[in-house]
Design a binder for this molecule. Structure first.
Ligand code: SF4
Length: 504
């Protein structure tokens, strides 16, 4: 193996461009084992190579740790280069596919998503810059991506699975700007930036300043490190104001609490109103008229339901599309009018959606309301997908959706707000306010942890402690529906109190 001569990957350039401090923090941190949210069992590059029809004898395939000399030599010997490593100015890139043409090389990027957008342009430009620095003349540029319309039949069809696009997609996922044109228009010489990255250190930086780069799109992973005092903010701090553009500016001017928010600089959502009213009173706001109206729709017996599922980039089973999900577990609490409760958990260690759908129909109460938390964004969709998959079960499944209510609604619509929520309204946050059993005691504490644990069971024949993992998965999912029953009881109690419209 050749001695390492490079220092940076494109991900480092992206971090530096977003924030030099973020770049330095990440350089000094142990690399965590990456656990993807979306499951990808297949070697996607190999599938794409099959789709491109690349013969085995005309390809060079690079690998981790390769000297860039190998790829440069392959340019003279092979028609196709796959995963070739090139370097320029201490930056190393892995190029998915290069295909020799008379006038240069066609470059194919590989995007394991449905619609490549130009917002990741820096990645594409930086790769093209390294190739240009190596005197590789680029001809056409394409992005291979997953085809959103593909439905898997028994066998995976790579020609249907992928789409080869010469254009980026716009916000409506329609083809827009030519990839090649945009890359050559926006490509920058990285020499200066790479030198600045070399010279960058924490010692040379002033104190962090909060800007949109800290939390826009995705909250920076170092946010708490840069602004540790925010965690110490009181429950009614102005910085808990939901979806507020000006909360940090107000705080900077000395407005510390929700109750003092500047009316001219709040967006005026119902949630913000509830927050401010809560802080002007005892810390709890409740629009009892609206809450009673919502609760009035709930009928006994009440079935509380929660699913766990896995998402696959490449459809593993017949009838699935790219990025489809596979539900593998549900928990159900059924609350009867006399206050008694039944609990059921269904868990399948491998794909058994038919059995899950049948059990769901058997376990759910045949009448009354069905309640989920974030029902519109999750449980209703899962049930509709099962109904599409098993038309003979569709009537019963869609009836569950007809009866479904979203327990999140009183919180996300500003009917109820407690300053202890600190601007959030997940089930976990709401449960944190209750003096009741909480997720803290469970070995599996996060939804994604549950998925990772199930993934280990599904992917491996033999898993140490598999029975313990199964019990933990059941306990975790069961806690979610139990939590819903606790929150539901709390809302009923709140609604029964006086006055009707109150922050006292
Ligand atoms: S929180 Fe903001 S200032 Fe801190 S590292 Fe992240 S982007 Fe940079």
């Amino acid at each position: 193996m050749s001695e390492q001569t490079y220092r940076y990957h494109i991900s480092d350039c992206k971090k530096y461009a977003r924030c030099p401090r973020l770049f330095v923090y990440s350089q000094n941190e142990d690399k965590e084992t990456f656990r993807p949210f979306v499951r990808l069992d297949e070697e996607v590059t190999e599938l794409a190579a099959q789709m491109l029809g690349i013969p085995a004898d005309s390809r060079f395939t690079g690998k981790r740790g390769d000297s860039p000399d190998l790829a440069l030599a392959a340019l003279h010997e092979k028609e196709w280069l796959i995963k070739a490593r090139f370097e320029a100015g201490q930056l190393r890139v892995k190029v998915p596919f290069l295909h020799r043409q008379e006038s240069g090389w066609d470059l194919y990027f590989l995007f394991i998503g449905l619609y490549p957008h130009a917002d990741d342009l820096q990645f594409y430009c930086d790769t093209a810059w390294v190739l240009e620095e190596n005197d590789i003349a680029l001809n056409d540029i394409y992005i291979i991506h997953l085809n959103a319309g593909y439905v898997r039949e028994k066998e995976l069809d790579v020609h249907q699975l992928f789409t080869v696009s010469d254009r980026f997609y716009n916000s409506r996922n329609h083809p827009s700007a030519l990839i090649r044109d945009l890359i050559f228009r926006e490509m920058k010489d990285l020499t200066g930036m790479l030198s600045s990255m070399d010279a960058c250190s924490l010692d040379s930086m002033s104190a962090p300043i909060r800007t949109s780069r800290c939390s826009s799109r995705q909250k920076c992973r170092y946010y708490d490190r840069c602004f540790p005092f925010e965690k110490e903010e009181p429950d009614n701090s102005i910085v808990t104001l939901i979806a507020s553009q000006h909360k940090h500016a107000m705080k900077g001017e000395g407005i510390r609490f929700l109750k003092d928010a500047d009316p001219a600089r709040i967006e005026g959502s119902r949630q913000q109103y509830a927050q401010i009213m809560a802080d002007r009173g005892t810390g709890l706001f409740c629009d009892r008229l609206a809450l009673r109206s919502w609760l009035g729709r709930i009928r006994y017996p009440v079935t509380f339901i929660d699913f766990e599922w896995e998402r696959f980039a490449i459809p593993p089973y017949e009838g699935m599309r790219p990025y489809d999900v596979l539900p593998f577990e549900y928990s159900m609490h059924i609350l009867k009018e006399d206050g008694t409760m039944e609990h059921t958990v269904y868990l399948s260690v491998h794909d058994d959606r038919r059995s899950l759908a049948e059990s769901l129909l058997k376990d759910a109460a045949p009448s009354g309301s069905v309640i989920a938390y974030n029902a519109e964004g999750a449980e209703k969709i899962r049930i509709r997908e099962l109904a599409d998959l098993y038309p003979d079960l569709a009537e019963g499944l869609l009836d569950l959706n007809e009866r479904m209510e979203d327990l999140q609604l009183p919180f996300e619509s500003g009917i109820v707000y407690d300053t202890r929520m600190k601007g959030f309204w997940s089930l976990k946050v709401i449960m944190g306010m209750m003096n009741d059993a909480s997720y803290k005691d469970l070995d599996i504490q996060q939804g994604m942890d549950a998925v990772f644990e199930w993934r280990s069971l599904d992917q491996n024949e033999e898993v140490e402690n598999s029975e313990k993992i199964i019990e933990e998965l059941k306990a975790y999912c069961g806690m979610d529906t139990y939590a819903m029953t606790v929150v539901y009881a709390w809302l009923k109690k709140l609604a029964s109190e006086q006055p009707l419209y109150s922050n006292i």
